[in-house]
Design a protein around this ligand. Structure first.
Ligand code: DGP
Length: 114
């Protein structure tokens, strides 16, 4: 069981900002920006590269939820803005093998990423 499954099961604490039937979102324990939220499906999926057509609506839900959270947190404007990131595998920087979308905001973010 990954650390994220334990957060879903409330076996370890997290600063949860959203929860619904399909997903949960909480603040990253090691924030890389003043606002750093992780949006994760409750379904156990290791990474985006292992999703299938069966996950189409779930993936759409995760993205819509990320946008809604950005709105709730006041960063969904062209003046402020935010970035969504999905790390996949070793070169992608994945460290927790449970699909998650990073939502980063409240500082200027460089491009290209490091
Ligand atoms: P990634 O490197 O893309 O797999 O991102 C994993 C993120 O998960 C990383 O930014 C740190 C975060 N993280 C790891 N363990 C915990 C935890 O126990 N609680 C919370 N809130 N975040 C965690």
């Amino acid at each position: 069981m990954t650390i994220f499954e334990k957060i879903i099961a409330r076996e370890i604490p997290a600063d949860i900002v959203h929860e619904d039937d399909l997903c949960i979102a909480f603040r990253d324990v090691s924030p890389q920006a003043p606002t750093h939220i992780l949006i994760i499906p409750k379904k156990v999926i290791p990474r985006i590269g292992e999703t299938t057509g069966d996950d189409q609506s779930l993936l759409g839900h995760l993205l819509l939820t990320a946008g809604n959270i950005a709105t709730d947190l006041g960063v969904n404007s062209t003046d402020s803005g935010f970035r969504l990131v999905i790390n996949n595998g070793k070169n992608g920087g994945e460290s927790v093998p449970h699909l998650h979308i990073h939502l980063l905001a409240d500082r200027p973010l460089e491009w290209p990423p490091g």
